[in-house]
Ligand binder design. Structure first.
Ligand code: NDP
Ligand code: OXD
Length: 319
């Protein structure tokens, strides 16, 4: 039997978690973990596979025998812009562990805004006991931009909580139980949306899409008073100066952000200190390394058995 090609692991994840995750991964195959100083001078030219997230600069110069690339996350904008990226199949990470984490985050943020958490926190700081009139989820329409793997799952779970859910995607591909609007129908979609959720990949078409003009088209006069914006797609899709202005003018009532134009968010950003902003440090849906390695193993097995790879990225579309 021919020797199995090594797999390069070049992940800027928590090194201890990667080391732990690798203990059970890739049986019978050499693993070159580039976070491990002992691998620094290792010849990479015989490896056919690389799993990467913000890889070291010399990866593609030294790993000249690669056949398939695996993104360590669901998003691939950071891979597609890597200098020297070879023209090879790129597989992204799709797994129930990641999808579940994202839906938890999205449902939690929608509920925090529905249940007026920010206002209650403000009242608590003043020791003010003042129950507010409380709308129900069924009175609120959540509009999800990006109805792929993550958007579709979040839509289903928000529906279980009682929210009315609509979606927007490039193709308008149907999703069971959800009215999905196609690309050119954006304005009609926005006009029905009380809580806007961004789960879009970052591409040339989606860069800067969440701006003043878009926020102005959201439904006004709904039970929340003003629309809410939630984004866990990519920070490059949002114009943060426009978010700040929309919050200050009351065009937006509140926002929840997991992603930012610059990460980590610079200390000079006004978003840090605005009490209408809920934020997390790009942690809505971290990749579980064990699940990631199991997914890569499955795809390598398929590839070596002559079966098509799954979750392939379209270079043209950018996702
Ligand atoms: P998918 O590829 O499954 O879905 C992407 C969706 O976006 C599709 O519905 C697609 O439309 C739509 N879309 C893409 N471009 C456009 C456009 N120009 N106009 C309208 N719709 C568009 O991706 P996932 O759901 O798996 O992930 C989405 C993104 O979430 C990732 O790319 C990543 O950036 C982000 N992410 C963030 C994480 C975090 O922790 N914050 C974790 C994981 C992912 P169509 O269906 O027609 O193709
Ligand atoms: C991803 C992410 O793309 O964590 O998976 O952002």
């Amino acid at each position: 039997m021919p020797e199995k090609s090594p797999v390069i692991v070049d992940l800027r994840f928590h090194p201890e978690q990667v080391r732990e995750g690798l203990k059970q991964a890739f049986p019978g195959r050499e693993v070159i973990n580039r976070a491990d100083p002992a691998s620094r001078d290792r010849d990479l030219s015989s490896a056919h596979y690389a799993v990467l997230w913000k890889p070291l600069d010399d990866l593609f110069l030294r790993a000249t025998g690669l056949k398939v690339l695996f993104s360590g996350g669901a998003g691939v904008d950071h891979v597609l812009t890597l200098p020297g990226l070879p023209d090879l199949p790129l597989v992204r990470f799709v797994d129930p562990t990641l999808t579940t984490r994202m839906s938890e985050w999205v449902v939690m943020q929608c509920l925090l805004h529905l249940r007026q958490h920010v206002t209650y926190e403000r009242q608590r700081a003043k020791k003010l006991w003042a129950p507010l009139a409380q709308p129900e989820a069924s009175e609120i329409t959540v509009g999800i931009m990006g109805m792929g793997v993550l958007g579709s799952d979040a839509a289903r779970k928000l529906g279980t909580m009682g929210f009315r859910v609509i979606g927007w995607s490039k193709s308008g591909r149907p999703v069971e139980g959800v009215e999905v609007f196609a690309g050119p129908e954006l304005d009609a979609f926005l006009g029905k949306t009380d809580i806007l959720v961004g789960l879009l990949p970052l591409t040339a078409e989606t860069a800067g899409i969440f701006d003043t003009g878009l926020f102005a088209k959201l439904r006004r006069g709904g039970p929340l008073g003003a629309p809410v914006f939630i984004n866990a797609g990519r920070g490059g899709s949002q114009v943060e100066a426009d978010i700040v202005a929309a919050l200050e003018k009351g065009v937006l009532k509140g926002v929840s952000l997991d992603v930012f134009e610059t990460e980590p968010l610079p200390s000079s950003s006004p978003l840090w200190s605005m009490d209408t902003v809920l934020m997390t440090p790009h942690s809505a849906a971290d990749s579980d390394v064990r699940a990631l390695f199991a997914h890569v193993e499955r795809q390598i097995e398929r590839h070596e058995a002559g079966q098509p790879l799954e979750h392939l990225v379209s270079r043209n579309a950018g996702y």
